[in-house]
Design a protein. Structure first.
Length: 320
């Protein structure tokens, strides 16, 4: 990867005239994410007629935008031979079915053994892509689908799709309590003011919207389909806990609660399910190269299916 800045030039046309600088730049320099472009505007790497301006300043036809794009730092994480479940792979993207227990990237307490380490072993060229191709994440014990960019251009395109909320992400979940109907939780999420490992609903948080519908009701639990409109940390877990229906097994936002008259099998299953019952089932996005919408599905993992079976058996025994 080159260590030198790359220069890009663009002219504002009549169609762009009058728009905010950051909006025009997002269209004219589509290979880069909005967040990176905003940083470059604020840092003076993206100028208008040689002058530094604010992201919200309007531009007019004929003005010249000059961008000195800084290269992304090369990933220095060590490759590791870790099994991957690859649902799809081509020159531009990979779609991974992540198992429970696999951390997405190295951090405090997890210096290695992550999905990022595995990806760098599987495809060493990802070291040249921002964040080794990662554009979103799943919590350690959440299972299911993730898309990984294989090129810098694909990375920028996928980040852009996430920013404009055109990536469709659907999850299956099992929560505590019986929901009578689907709905939407529209509540901002931010870092908990005391416990920095938790997120919480708070007015100063970032906008967050989760849609959900009922798949099946049990005696004391509900099987849900949830769709993310935004992608905040722990979003589904926080929103359902905020609504009074925390996920089964969630060690952070929930607690074990056994329904009255639960069968021994259900008691054993609930006590033994030690992760949040959350699975990223479906993922759809616009392919960065072809522009076509591609969609993928991942079946529920075994422990999730077993939980549903025991809940169904418990419900039948109550009806008998």
């Amino acid at each position: 990867m080159s260590t030198e800045n790359r220069e890009f030039i663009a002219l504002i046309d009549e169609e762009q005239s009058g728009r905010r600088l950051d909006q025009a730049a997002a269209d004219l320099f589509a290979d880069f994410s909005r967040s990176r472009l905003k940083q470059w505007i604020l840092g003076g790497q993206l100028t208008v007629n040689g002058e530094q301006r604010r992201p919200r300043d309007p531009v007019i036809a004929g003005e010249r935008l000059r961008l000195l794009a800084e290269p992304e730092p090369r990933v220095s994480i060590a490759p590791q031979r870790i099994p991957l479940s690859i649902v799809w792979e081509d020159d531009e993207v990979l779609v991974i079915d992540k198992p429970a227990g696999l951390v997405v990237h190295p951090g405090a307490g997890n210096p290695a053994g992550t999905l990022q380490n595995a990806l760098l072993h599987h495809r060493p060229a990802l070291a040249e892509v921002p964040r080794a191709g990662l554009v979103h994440r799943l919590d350690k014990d959440t299972t299911g689908l993730m898309v990984v960019a294989a090129t810098e251009t694909a990375h920028a395109a996928l980040v852009r799709q996430l920013e404009v909320r055109s990536v469709r992400r659907e999850y299956e979940a099992v929560c505590r309590g019986v929901l009578t109907a689907g709905g939407t939780v529209d509540a901002p999420i931010g870092r908990h003011p005391v416990d920095r490992l938790r997120m919480t609903v708070r007015n100063s948080g970032r906008p967050a919207v989760t849609h959900y519908r009922v798949i099946r009701r049990f005696r004391g639990h509900t099987h849900l389909l949830a769709r993310l409109e935004t992608g905040r940390t722990h979003q589904i877990r926080v929103h359902l806990a905020h609504a009074g229906h925390p996920l089964v097994g969630d060690p952070v936002y929930g607690r074990l609660q056994l329904p009255a008259g639960a069968t021994p099998a259900l008691i054993e299953s609930l006590r033994g399910f030690r992760r949040q019952a959350l699975h990223a089932r479906r993922l759809a996005f616009q392919h960065p190269a072809s522009g076509e919408t591609v969609a993928f599905e991942a079946e529920l993992p075994r422990d999730f299916r077993q939980l549903l079976n025991v809940l169904a058996q418990d419900a039948r025994s109550a009806d008998a």
